[in-house]
Design a protein around this ligand. Structure first.
Ligand code: ZN
Length: 447
């Protein structure tokens, strides 16, 4: 575990977070659900944030699954009969189907076409395809290039290995005053696409840097996992500690130009739902809040019935709803620093609201306290109270130990940040104290 000083050094070195620089560095790396691409990615992230890595051996059972053999690739190409290069893996990581078995042989054009994936509707783009759990080999290329290939024989070569090894995942743990944890998760298994998944990796890294540089009430655990099998492996690894997790946020697809979309947890009204939905709806570009469905990213694993963590998912445009999704057009031009920073700012807002979402007990509850005594009364207000005064009154009124700050925000329609500031002022003035677990204010008649 890193010390406070190490974390502070990490933060200084990278302040302010240049998220596009990180995306640019990670873009050329060929990631998959296992292999050296994921390790290399973690090497880069570890320059900015403290990372604990875990290697889980191939063949290890995780719930109904098993860690697969490790996949690595060095080279691949297609050549025509004259030896001219038709496709070269070093030109684009998407050119080879992820988890392709090694192959080196001569095939007819017809057989080649059975192993090549293209996008006829977007003839210049390369699609992204995987074959994790059914051994095969394949290439992906621009449809216009395949269409231009004449009849004849083609030499195909994929220099890959599928061998016993390990699945690599990483955690960044930022302890707070309380053991209660917020789990932040993003997937790290995609090669050379920026919105899916490098935007999630970059925003979560920036969020960890920011969290590490401040004092937090809650503890934070960011997990960088290969999709599905990595999330399952992490759940299996940490299955005894899941009870400490009070909120989960899955992050990905945060770099495109679309507005934000929040997908609710299975319960639909968990603390994270109420806070994130309000933050998304109040965001500058507006936002969409959607009901839970059992499909999607790794929220599928975190909310499985025997796990049942309160998990929401934050994206901009959801996967599959933009044509560049899972293609070579999800490139460095598809995302921008401003869009990534906008997502990071929204994540910070959600974290700040989680941090301030506590119950308070008024120390002077029998009638309103005389705010002038505490320099909290605004003598200038001739008419009704201004927004800050009203926030003080709402917090004082609902500080009975039964209302969290998000309860107060929903009831008052005052933003959580305004109520949090009011609560802080009242706390400093000695008019509030944090409620103990299960504690609520007793009426005067039973004192
Ligand atoms: Zn994806």
């Amino acid at each position: 575990m890193s010390t406070q000083r190490e974390r502070a050094a990490h933060t200084r070195r990278n302040d302010p977070a240049d998220l596009m620089a990180l995306v640019r560095r990670l873009y050329p790396i060929c990631r998959s659900i296992t292999g050296d691409g994921v390790r290399e990615t973690f090497d880069v992230l570890a320059e900015s944030i403290p990372l604990q890595r875990h290697e889980i051996e191939s063949g290890t059972p995780v719930f109904d699954w098993e860690i697969p053999r490790e996949w690595n690739i060095r080279d691949a190409w297609i050549r025509d009969e004259q030896g001219r290069v038709i496709l070269q893996f070093s030109d684009h990581n998407l050119h080879v189907v992820s988890y392709s078995a090694p192959v080196h042989r001569v095939v007819t054009r017809e057989e080649l076409c059975r192993h090549v994936f293209t996008l006829p509707d977007h003839p210049a783009w390369i699609p992204y395809r995987t074959s994790y759990y059914a051994e095969s080999w394949g290439f992906c290329m621009a449809h216009e290039r395949l269409a231009a290939l004449p009849e004849g024989r083609y030499e195909v070569m994929i220099d890959s290995t599928l061998e016993p090894g390990a699945l690599t995942l990483a955690e960044c743990i930022i302890p707070g005053e309380s053991d209660e944890e917020v789990l932040l998760s993003t997937h790290v298994c995609h090669p050379s696409m920026c919105n899916d998944n490098l935007s999630g990796v970059a925003v979560l890294t920036g969020l960890c840097q920011w969290l590490a540089g401040r004092r937090n009430r809650l503890s934070y655990r960011a997990v960088f996992v290969p999709g599905t099998i990595g999330a399952l492996a992490w759940l299996h690894l940490r299955r005894r500690g899941l009870y400490q997790i009070g909120a989960v946020l899955v992050l990905c697809g945060l770099g495109d130009a679309g507005a934000f979309t929040y997908k609710r947890s299975r319960a639909g009204d968990a603390e994270i739902d109420r806070i994130a939905a309000a933050a998304v709806q109040a965001s500058e570009c507006g936002g969409d809040v959607r009901a839970f469905t059992p499909y999607g990213y790794d929220e599928r694993q975190y909310c499985a019935p025997g796990i049942d963590l309160p998990v929401g998912r934050l994206t901009r445009t959801p996967y599959g709803e933009y044509p560049e999704y899972h293609t070579s057009a999800d490139n460095l031009d598809f995302v921008s620093e401003a869009q990534l920073q906008g997502a990071l700012a929204l994540c910070r807002r959600i974290v700040e609201d989680l941090e301030s979402n506590r119950r308070w007990i008024a120390t002077c509850p029998y009638g309103e306290p005389r705010l002038g005594k505490y320099e909290l009364y605004d003598n200038r207000s001739g008419g009704g109270p201004d927004a800050d005064q009203l926030a003080l009154l709402w917090v004082l009124n609902l500080a009975d130990g039964r209302h969290t700050l998000v309860d107060m925000a929903e009831r008052s329609t005052v933003p959580m940040a305004t109520l949090a500031h009011a609560a802080e002022r009242l706390h400093e003035a000695g008019l509030l104290r944090p409620a103990r677990t299960g504690e609520s204010l007793r009426p005067l008649s039973v004192e």
